[in-house]
Write a protein that binds this ligand. Structure first.
Ligand code: FES
Length: 107
């Protein structure tokens, strides 16, 4: 069960043990982390689950597919090289120690 750190927009941190197979988005919602809206419930259709992964993680995560790529064009805050949709990041043991930062807003 990987341990994932969420850095909220106010700078505070929450660390969660995320069951493998659960998305980074769903774990945030299940644990009441504010700042992940997830309007579409994880279908890669809303872009309100945007996160910035820590730079050292950018190359360790599964690549961005075409659908995610398209939705990342419509995130509310600036898209960067580290932007991902957290609903498309399905936790596995390799995610141990992942750090994601939430944007100022999702809408
Ligand atoms: S929850 Fe809608 S795109 Fe991720």
């Amino acid at each position: 069960m990987p341990n994932i750190t969420y850095i909220l927009a106010d700078g505070s941190k929450k660390v969660i043990d995320v069951p493998s197979g659960t998305s980074v988005m769903q774990a945030a919602v299940n644990n009441g982390i504010e700042g992940i809206v997830a309007e579409c419930g994880g279908s890669a259709m809303c872009a309100t689950c945007h996160v910035y992964v820590a730079p050292e993680w950018a190359d360790k995560l599964p690549p961005i597919n075409a659908v995610e790529e398209e939705m990342l064009e419509s995130v509310a805050c600036e898209r960067t090289d580290n932007s991902r949709l957290s609903c498309q990041l399905c936790a596995s043991p390799e995610f141990e120690g992942l750090v994601v930062t939430l944007p100022r807003t999702q809408i």
